[in-house]
Design a protein. Structure first.
Length: 730
């Protein structure tokens, strides 16, 4: 009767839905249990259990579980049951093959294939899955294990059902070692580890994620959601069409599809340059999903890196996805612990997958990974001018602009990647709305958005400067003003010269602007730097060289390296103030530290030449600079001490329009107070505060009193012959 009890598999040639496949697998498994039930039943002597009902499982309950009545003679297992079981499996195999040809993925088959499960391991998965889907299996398992409390499957039950002899029972124990695919990814490891029972009697339970997958829930592992995403990128983006033409040769794509070689793709370059898009496009070409993991978020999450990578491997295989590690450069492969964990992951992945992708901002030395993987590296650079203009125009179609916005000028001014352009426009739109200009994007909002996008972290050695000065705020000789204007024009138009005219290939180094500002304190060096930053719409960072220079040999170079590595990602202006701290050490060589100062200066100059942005050195010691150093500067601007005419212009422009003044003699102040613009600014501010405290307009007496204090600060004798109306109450 057993052969007729369980019916047969479906009549369709292929499975229309995975549930049909699981149903057939469970039918086949039920028949196997039925055979085992009879074998167990006749190995044991019968006893009356009626008085122990609830404490034992009777044969009648098992017959009911198999949906048949108790009849010892009719239902005794026979050869027909074994034949039926074999026939079941042949029909299931045929339908699985037909489903594969139709492109229908069956979760149980997929799980077995990607983890390369043996027939025993596959049977263990079915053994554990059955009890997750139907509680009647608990009763059957308890009966077969002769213990009413043992409702979960165990290794003992698995070997009894699926092993033919003792030799096989010993051999299959390898599948439950901690490093096996079955234990590591499919079974619930906690269930195996927490029980104090002999190993052969420990309960076997499927990982919850595996149960979800087998029952049709294709969600991403909840554990991974904070730092991983499946297929997050938009497809068929015409803006990136140029990348499609640069994809790898068709033979490489075929090799990946056919698992001929394990490929590790390493894409590196600036944020938003197209690395993620090409990764997505590559996966589309080989017919795979992409699972993106943000390494920075993983490291910040506090989760154990090994556990995360184990789950990533499992999830990649379940979804047939290529793991793509974003921000891979945040991993410290010099750290032996991290390196071992990462290497172990890729070694494990080699057994199951054949492609992985690494995305980083800088090129990463992959070390021993080169021994096992075919490494394909590709650098992603900032697009040339014309392409940048296309991106500005394409991304800008969704916004309205004020007349002062010119896409061509923006492409010249900012060396941005497509992703960065999109972010700047979005931020500029938000700024425009907040500013109440009717939602139209202005040039000022774009400049502000660009500044906000800066992510530089220089710690205590650098300070972000918000440029607020403009041309009207500085008073310099006409020739110097023209020099500053030349610097701005060079910065705005050098992209055409280097990229479009081809000077970049002819002069591969020295594409940046190295500028020397020399002059006494308060002569306008810092203000001029801010004006350049404001005019170009660039972020500016003021670097105090007295904080950078270290007494420890080699430490200064490390600080310089950090500064330029941070700056090159954003293209900011670096303003090195107090350069005397470095150059002053070169004047006289007395010991090894003095000799090393020359090396530090040479290293700074090297980094400045490599940097494609703007570097400004401010010093009081221009006369001590050697000719070789001056020659390596793009511009040298000497800020003179202001003469009478310049001082008068400075005094006239020092007070804002809203200030209250009472008969100030600017001509007298310019003649008698021989101080630089920075000192004059201090005097004006102090005088204004004094006037407000007296509820009075600013008078000569306030200015002269503040001037006296400024002279005292500088250690200069205050000896000025004041006109009678200027003496006041001094």
């Amino acid at each position: 009767m057993g052969a007729q009890l369980f019916g047969g598999v479906g009549e369709e040639t292929f499975y229309k839905h995975p549930s049909e496949h699981i149903e057939d697998i469970l039918k086949s498994f039920m028949l196997r249990l039925y055979i085992e039930f009879h074998r167990f039943r006749f190995e044991n002597t019968e006893s009356p259990f009626e008085s122990l009902k609830g404490l034992v499982i009777t044969e009648e309950e098992i017959f009911q579980a198999f949906s048949c009545g108790k009849n010892r003679e009719e239902d005794r297992s026979s050869e027909a049951d074994l034949v039926k079981l074999l026939d079941f499996q042949k029909q299931i195999d045929a339908r699985e093959k037909a489903s594969r040809e139709k492109g229908i993925r069956l979760p149980l088959v997929h799980l077995s294939e990607v983890f390369k499960l043996s027939s025993f391991e596959f049977s263990c998965v079915v053994l554990c899955l059955a009890v997750e889907l139907d509680l009647k299996f608990e009763k059957i398992y308890a009966y077969l294990q002769d213990d009413v409390t043992r409702k979960s499957p165990t290794l003992w039950l698995a070997t009894r059902l699926f092993c033919r002899n003792f030799e096989e029972e010993l051999a299959v124990r390898q599948y439950f070692s901690p490093d096996s695919a079955l234990s590591k990814y499919i079974l619930n490891a906690e269930e195996l580890s927490k029980s104090s029972l002999p190993f052969i009697m420990k309960p076997l339970k499927l990982n919850e994620r595996i149960v979800d997958f087998l029952t049709g829930n294709n969600r991403l592992d909840h554990f991974l959601k904070p730092f991983a995403c499946l297929n997050p990128y938009a497809k068929n983006n015409n803006l990136y069409k140029e990348y499609e033409n640069s994809l790898f040769e068709e033979q490489i794509l075929l090799d990946v599809k056919n698992s001929a070689n394990p490929f590790l793709l390493h894409f590196y370059g600036s944020e938003g340059a197209g690395k993620t898009f090409e990764a997505q496009l590559f996966c589309e070409k080989i017919g795979k999903n992409i699972l993106v993991i943000d390494i920075m978020k993983v490291l910040n999450s506090g989760q154990a890196l090994k556990e995360v990578l184990d789950r990533i491997l499992c999830e990649s295989l379940l979804h047939g996805a290529v793991p793509c590690f974003y921000n891979f450069h945040f991993l410290n492969l010099q750290d032996i612990t991290q390196r071992c964990i990462v290497t172990e992951f890729f070694e494990s992945f080699l057994e199951h997958g054949n492609a992985a992708i690494l995305l980083s901002e800088t090129r990463v030395d992959l070390g021993e990974l080169k021994d096992h993987w075919v490494i394909l590296e590709k650098a992603f650079n900032i697009p040339p001018i014309e392409e940048r203009r296309e991106f500005w125009e394409a991304f800008g179609r969704k916004y309205e602009f004020k007349p002062d916005v010119n896409m061509h000028e923006l492409s010249l001014r900012f060396k941005l990647t497509p992703g960065q352009i999109k972010k700047v426009l979005r931020e500029a739109y938000s700024i425009s709305i907040s500013g109440g200009v009717g939602g139209k994007v202005t040039l000022d909002s774009i400049l502000e958005a660009y500044r906000r996008a800066s992510k530089i972290n220089l710690g205590s050695i650098g300070q972000k400067v918000e440029p607020s000065y403009n041309w009207k705020d500085i008073v310099l000789p006409e020739d110097l003003m023209q020099q500053l204007s030349d610097i701005c024009n060079f910065a705005k138009n050098k992209a055409v010269v280097f990229e479009k005219w081809g000077f970049g290939k002819k002069h591969p180094r020295g594409k940046g602007l190295n500028i020397l500002f020399s002059g006494g304190p308060g002569t306008g060096k810092t203000m001029a730097a801010e004006i350049i930053a404001n005019k170009l719409g660039l972020e500016m960072y003021k670097i105090d060289l007295s904080q950078v220079v270290s007494k420890y040999i080699g430490e200064t170079e490390k600080n310089f390296y950090k500064i330029f590595e941070e700056a090159k990602r954003e293209g900011v202006i670096l303003f090195f103030d107090e350069a005397d701290a470095l150059f002053g050490r070169r004047s006289e060589i007395k010991d090894s530290h003095d000799r090393y100062a020359n090396i530090e200066v040479a290293y700074l100059l090297q980094k400045m030449e490599e940097y494609e942005g703007i570097s400004i050195l401010a010093t009081n010691l221009s006369k001590s600079m050697d000719e070789a150093f001056i020659r390596r500067m793009s511009y040298c601007v000497d800020f003179p001490f202001p003469d009478y005419a310049l001082r008068k212009r400075i005094w006239n422009g020092s007070f804002p329009e809203n200030a209250f003044l009472d008969e100030i003699d600017f001509d007298f102040l310019a003649k008698e107070i021989k101080l630089a613009g920075g000192n004059i600014k201090n005097i004006v501010l102090a005088a204004s505060v004094a006037a407000v405290s007296e509820k009075s307009p600013v008078k000569m007496k306030h200015i002269l009193y503040a001037a006296k204090r400024e002279y005292q600060k500088a250690g200069i004798r205050f000896d000025i012959d004041f006109p009678p109306e200027g003496r006041g109450s001094l």
